[in-house]
Structures are given as C-alpha cells and as structure tokens.
Write a protein that binds this ligand. Sequence first.
Ligand SMILES: [Zn+2]
Length: 473
Amino acid sequence: MDIGIEHTKLITLRGSGLGIIDDGAISFSRGKITYVGKTGGLDTRELDVVMDGGGHVTMPGLVNAHTHTGLTILRGGAQDVPEIEWMNRALGPLAKHLKEGDQVLGSKLGVIEGLRSGITTFGEYAYNVNRLIREVYEPYNVRVAATETINEVVSDKTKMRPDQVYLLDSDRGNRSLDVTNELFDEYRNSDMVDILYGPQALDMVSVETLHSIRDCAIRERAKIHMHVAQGERERLQVRERYGSSTVKALDELDMLDEQLIAVHCHDTTEGERRLMVESGVSMVGCPSSIAMIDGMVPPVGNFLSMGGKVALGTDQAPGPGTHNMFREMRTISLLTKTLYRDPTLLPPWETLRLGCLGGAEVLGMDDRIGTLEEGKAADIITIDLSGPNLTPSVSRPFDSCIPNLVYSATGFEVDNVIINGEFVIRNGDFVNIDEEVVLEKARSRAVDIFSEAEKDWEEAGSLLVDMHRKGFI
Ligand SMILES: [Zn+2]
C-alpha cells in the first residue's frame, strides 16, 4: 500500500531547528518514506490511501532508548523507599514470584502502553531477550534494539554488606556473550531488530569478560549498552575491585569510546562526564526512574552542554510508573530547570529532539530513523491536537503546539502509529494487537503474583510495609 497524509503540521527534525512544515504532507511505500514537503507538492495519483492530517501534528516515532518492559507486570510495586531498599526489599520480594511467561506478559503490557503514547523503537534490556523479540516485538511489528543482559554475579546480594565484593562466575558471562553473538547471526538481515552487547554494570562482570565483549563489539561494529555509575552500591563495589571510580576504571579498561552507551551516569563528577563526552561516549537519561529510585537528576543537561549525545528512556515501570516518553520529556525538562535554577534549560525543541533523533543517534540507528526524510524508514506518529489539554495550539506568530506537546500532552493523543510503513495503531485502534486480552491477563496475573508474594514482601520489611500497616497504601 502506498499511503499519504496531507494538510498536517509536520515536525521533520531536519536541519538545525525542528524542521516544521505547515500544511505539510508525507507519503510512504514499502516501509520507506517517499515524500516529505508541502501538501501542494504531493502527487496523490499513485497513492492507495490519502489521509487528512488536519488538526494533527505528524512527527517521527519516539525512541525509548533504555527499558526493561518485562517488569511492567509489577507496576506500582516499588517506589518511595530509600535507594538501598529498592532492589532487595521492595522490588525483589515481588520479582521472586514471577514465573515462566510473566516476563513476556509484562513486556506486552509495557510495549502496548509505549505504542499508545507514540514509541516506535524500544531499547529493550533483558535476560532471554530473544523470547521478547519472538513473542512480542516481531508479532507486534515494533522496532527493537535488543540487549541480552550479561551478568556474572553469583553471590546472594541480599545477605552481603554493600562493600563486600560479589563473587563472579565468568562461565555465566561467557554463556550470555555466546547468546548475544548468536543473536547477531540470527538478526543480521533484519530491518526491525538491532542487537547490542549488554554487560549489566562494571561491578557485575569480570575484566576478562569485558575484554571479550569489547573485542566482539569491535568485530560486529556494535554498541555496548551498559549501566554506568548508578549509585552507592556500584561505587563501593568498583572501589573494592578497581581502587577507583567507574568512569576511571572504564577508561583504564579502554572502554570509553563511541561504542559505549552509558545509562544513568548520575554518580559521576563533572570531570568524568567531560572525559566521557570527549571520548565519544553517549548517555541515556531515565529521569523518572532516577528521580524515583535515587532522588537524583540524571546529568542530561550537563552532558548536552558539553556537546555529548543523549537519549531518554523509561527504564522499568515499578518505580517511575510508566513507559511514556511524553512524560520523560516533560520530566527531564522540569528537573533540569529546577536543578540549575534556570528556566531556559532543556526547552521543548531540545527535549523533542532527544525523544526522537537523540534516541536514534545514541542507539546507532539515525541512518534509518529519527527524522522524517525521504528514504528513511516510515516510523511515523500523528497527534490529535483537538483535546482540551492541547487547546489552543496556534500557528501564528509561532507554533505553540511545540511547548504544548512537551508540557501538556499525556501521550494518549497519539492516534496513528506507523512502524516500517505498517499501521500498528490506526485512528486510535490497534490493527493487529488484542489490547484488551493482554490487559485482562495482566490484571489477573498481577493479582496472583502480588498475593503470592505477600509473606516475602512483609518479611523484607521495606518502608512500604510500614506505610501499609499505617493505612497509607
Ligand atoms: Zn536499566
């Protein structure tokens, strides 16, 4: 099918501004964009379908550069607790009761939520990520940059002091590395699946395995997607293991380069961030997640001001709450303004770029996605401006829909989602996904998981248990 959308406000993200085209039109055929410009220049004679984009913004799909969608089934389960409690006392006792299939169900739920709010590419990070590719991303026709988690920790961290060095088993790491290499072979010719290398964090993988990963990544010309400097536990582990900070140790390991995607980075100094930017390292900020779990602001503003490449991600639902990039764009903007007491920082034109093109650049996919231009993949969303929260959106003397999209949209105004030229959502409805079936399964399965976890959750004794007993939750 050759499809066109006309009379729309295009945000192309081409050039130095946002590349806005009033009364714009776009067409696509066989997965690729074939025309971007004024409606008057669109030749509709060859098109099978022409849609009226009046009252809508049409822009590139959003890129969620870092996420663990499998945990979405535990939404609402772990937040408002001290950072040191989050993993082991709040999330852990619930996650322990996840069974075979829950990761896939959670991922379907998270991806459906993301699609509803305009995400067309997910930077998925998981154990057994191929199962999610096969059972969620491919059948849903959603673009994925998939990372298999490589983690060698064999110690029970719940029983250790944070500064006691974990035991690592390099066989575990090598097996996950083999899995990753097989994924490269399997998806080498895929339009929709990219593979990245995923050492989980510097404290969770041995030096030997890191060197093997680096060699493989050079051979495959692939990115290394890694949590970097994500808090006190990592800082203590890295100090015991390397006698230095995460960034300095990565520098000594010769891993600071264009291949490294550093997620979080909130436990870094300004000098370390400069070293990362100068070495070509890019970063992903997950503002809702880091605010909720660590009470901190990811250093997105600082990284950008030094000229670094930045993407945004939703991380996992328990904690930050949602897989919604409109929320992440708004959150990083407000937090950065507040952190530096400067309302000019991260204006909507900058955050919109981060949410689309920034993600594409960081994941190494900007040759195919991230902007609307002829020859690129047709990953396109339309946003209905007619609702009360986006009214008024005027075009003269300037486009007030630009701030409105970042500060006022909920994400659910997205009414068409096109990925690789195929409609995933058309006029507000999923084309091939039975949303209600997934939501119903997730509701009923979550009731079982949470109730089965009750005893472990209470024994773990996080602050939430206290709040529950006092009648607050
Ligand atoms: Zn993560």
